[in-house]
Design a binder for this molecule. Structure first.
Ligand SMILES: *Cc1c(COP(=O)(O)O)cnc(C)c1O
Length: 684
């Protein structure tokens, strides 16, 4: 809540499980399912809960068990609280406890999807449980299980990853490594380090996740690119474009965010089952809705938000002990016919929630324009320890408490999904101003699409791939500028200009039926083209088709025949590790005729069989395009001598021959290179 001084006060209401839609997870004999997890010197009991979310079961783990000491009962009480020791305890309970829970339930998934690195210890426990079954070494068990694991990274800055001091890992996981995994502490730490031999390097959970999975992705196209840069140091010698991180752009669960009237509108246009399957036909059908209908729908959405806002604001003021007059005024604030802008999200500095406040006078002129006014709803909260974020909230509250702004801007406290639901259903324009490229994806802007809200956002996260001029408005030049205050000032200016010259005039530019045609046209395009594309229907389908199916097949393949292929992969990897440093590449010879370069090169593979590596010609992409890789082949048996082979390739002479550089990379059927084996040799 916001106190009288405009400061955020953090409250921690107790979650009484008896009042939540969850129930104890019971075993067939009726007993509550509990897990015993070893931490150094003591064990922690975890109670398991079950939640039915639609057709999906969600299991929750909770250390608030009477058997535990008071301090351990609190381990799972709060997210993002405490220091790094509590954090590690939580991640042990989540990762190791999580996998144990599945085992206790007899669930044997082929695919395990790690949502961020927090649960990455699950990859160790998954390997350990296979070791129990087969007696394999950890190395082999990890090679088998990792291809069934998928890692989605959500962070745009390396500092966002959890990392732990080596001593803390030693204290909490040293015994687990030696007694359960049969590996040394050094080997365990190596899984979370860039340089395994740097004893001071911290243990990075995202590195562990990457080493324990067979596929890695970011959460938007731009974030995929950013992530390839972040993980580049783990793949020395590899071009950034080949760092093995792809992307699946997030999507929102549309039925959670649409208003009742939006549900009616879409049902009439696209049918009742529209979010239960594929979404290809939705664009065409929703586009058929008339201007009149779309505009009436939009106006009704805005009106119901204004009603809600009045009620909520008056309650909020009453709770903060405001005067009766102010509470009464709040019940009549705002106008259902005025352009309504919304900004609600976590108050983190990278989101620049005060960019709109850069020039407060100019903002006031926009809001108080006598002919074409606008009203603005702000909501959000800052982390209790984020003082900079809290200062931004206070800045807004100060601004709002001025008499000139009071009628046109409000701040709603206690932002959560319920408030967000009402906001995204009612606003005309949803504003987002992150500092590129820090918004890995962003999802709140997707929630307005189904309700006919239009996005005005920085070209960052999902908007960098979604934006087209006919769909909304964009801020920024599509480049990164760090936290340069001059650039912030320029973007603030651009934001005001957009509002003054485009958003506000278009909203009020009415035809003879009082309909703003260009506004409705943009709204229709945004609804039709973006709603299906940024839905969880599309995202889940992409995960399934491009990742889960592949992961399941790969895991079944490696686990088959008691893990035979897993062992074969490890034997191959050992041979590659052993011989790699002796490989090198001779001089590249080129002959150019008939528009073709014919390349030839001696490659020294020493004792590494030529089937264990491949030789390629690499050329950088042209104008930022994809790089070109041409496979080189051994022409015939006679071209091999002691420890070397002559490789050939041809390429079109459109590019100069000097563009191509030979390289050797590891190869083995079904092994992801460079994710599973990152060696590479370039011609010197
Ligand atoms: C959707 C949502 C968010 C995420 O918003 P972003 O703009 O992606 O940061 C945050 N909080 C709540 C309550 C939400 O519903």
């Amino acid at each position: 809540m916001i106190n009288k001084n405009g400061e955020q006060q953090a409250l921690f209401p107790y979650n009484d499980p008896g009042q939540l839609p969850i129930k104890p997870l019971r075993q067939p004999n009726g007993q509550w399912l509990r897990l015993e997890i070893a931490l150094p010197g003591y064990t922690v009991w975890l109670r398991a809960w079950e939640v039915q979310v639609g057709r999906v079961k969600l299991y929750l783990l909770d250390s608030n068990d009477a058997e535990n000491s008071p301090v351990h009962r609190g381990i799972t009480s709060e997210l993002y609280g405490g220091g790094s020791e509590l954090r590690l305890q939580q991640e042990i309970l989540l990762g190791i406890g999580g996998w144990r829970l599945l085992q206790a339930l007899g669930i044997k998934p082929e695919v395990c999807h790690l949502n961020e690195g927090h649960a990455a210890l699950a990859v160790l426990e998954r390997a350990r449980s296979l070791m129990d079954e087969t007696g394999d070494l950890f190395e082999v068990a990890l090679a088998i299980t990792r291809v069934g694991n998928l890692f989605t990274t959500h962070t745009a800055v390396p500092a966002g990853f959890d990392h732990f001091a080596p001593d803390l890992i030693k204290q909490y996981l040293g015994q687990y490594a030696s007694q359960k995994l049969g590996i040394t502490l050094h080997d365990l730490l190596a899984l979370g380090r860039q340089n395994p031999d740097d004893e001071s390097e911290k243990f990075n959970m995202a590195y562990l996740a990457l080493r324990g999975t067979g596929q890695v992705n970011g959460v938007s196209r731009l974030h995929g690119e950013v992530s390839r840069q972040i993980f580049e140091p783990l793949f020395p010698g590899w071009p950034k474009s080949e760092v093995p991180v792809g992307y699946v752009t997030n999507g929102v669960h549309t039925p959670t965010w649409d208003s009742m009237p939006a549900d009616d509108l879409w049902t009439e246009a696209c049918g009742k089952e529209r979010w239960l399957g594929t979404t290809e036909s939705l664009e065409k059908h929703i586009r058929g809705v008339s201007n009149e209908k779309l505009w009436a729908f939009r106006c009704a959405g805005r009106k119901s938000l204004v009603d809600y806002t009045r009620e909520r604001l008056s309650q909020q003021l009453a709770a903060a002990g405001d005067l009766a007059d102010a509470i009464e005024q709040a019940k009549h604030i705002f106008d259902p016919n005025i352009l309504t802008l919304g900004f609600a999200r976590r108050f983190a500095t990278y989101k620049r929630p005060n960019l709109l406040l850069h020039d407060p006078e100019r903002l006031l002129r926009i809001l108080n324009n006598s002919e074409h006014p606008a009203q603005l709803i702000i909501a959000g909260k800052a982390h209790p320890q984020d003082e900079a974020g809290q200062a931004l909230i206070q800045q807004w509250i100060k601004f709002i408490r001025q008499p000139q702004s009071r009628a046109r801007v409000i701040f709603l406290s206690d932002d959560d999904m319920f408030l967000t639901q009402r906001l995204v259903q009612g606003v005309d324009v949803w504003i987002n101003t992150p500092r590129r490229p820090w918004e890995a994806c962003g999802t709140s802007g997707m929630k307005v699409l189904v309700n006919g809200g239009i996005n005005l956002s920085e070209l960052d996260g999902w908007w960098a791939e979604a934006y087209m001029p006919e769909l909304g408005w964009a801020l920024g030049d599509g480049k990164e500028h760090g936290d340069d205050p001059d650039w912030d000032a320029q973007e603030a200016d651009a934001l005001y200009c957009l509002l003054e010259q485009q958003v506000v005039p278009q909203f009020y530019e009415r035809d003879k039926h009082s309909i703003p045609r260009s506004w409705v046209a943009r709204m229709r395009e945004s609804m039709a083209r973006l709603t299906p594309q940024f839905s969880s229907n599309r995202a889940v389908r992409e995960y399934t088709e491009q990742h889960y199916m592949r992961a399941a097949q790969a895991y079944i393949g490696r686990a088959n025949d008691n893990g035979a292929i897993g062992r074969e992969v490890i034997n191959w990897k050992r041979a590659v590790d052993k011989h790699w440093s002796s490989l090198n590449i001779g001089q590249l010879r080129v002959e150019t005729k008939d528009h073709e370069h014919v390349f030839e090169v001696e490659v020294y593979l020493g004792n590494l069989g030529s089937d264990k590596a491949r030789v390629q010609l690499y050329a950088d992409g042209i104008n930022g395009g994809a790089p070109e890789c041409v496979e080189m082949n051994i022409a015939h048996l006679q071209s091999c001598g002691p420890g070397y082979c002559t490789y050939h390739a041809t390429a079109s002479s459109e590019r100069p021959a000097q563009d191509y550089t030979p390289r050797i990379i590891p190869q083995h059927p079904g092994v992801a290179v460079p994710l599973e084996c990152a060696h590479i040799v370039w011609q010197k």
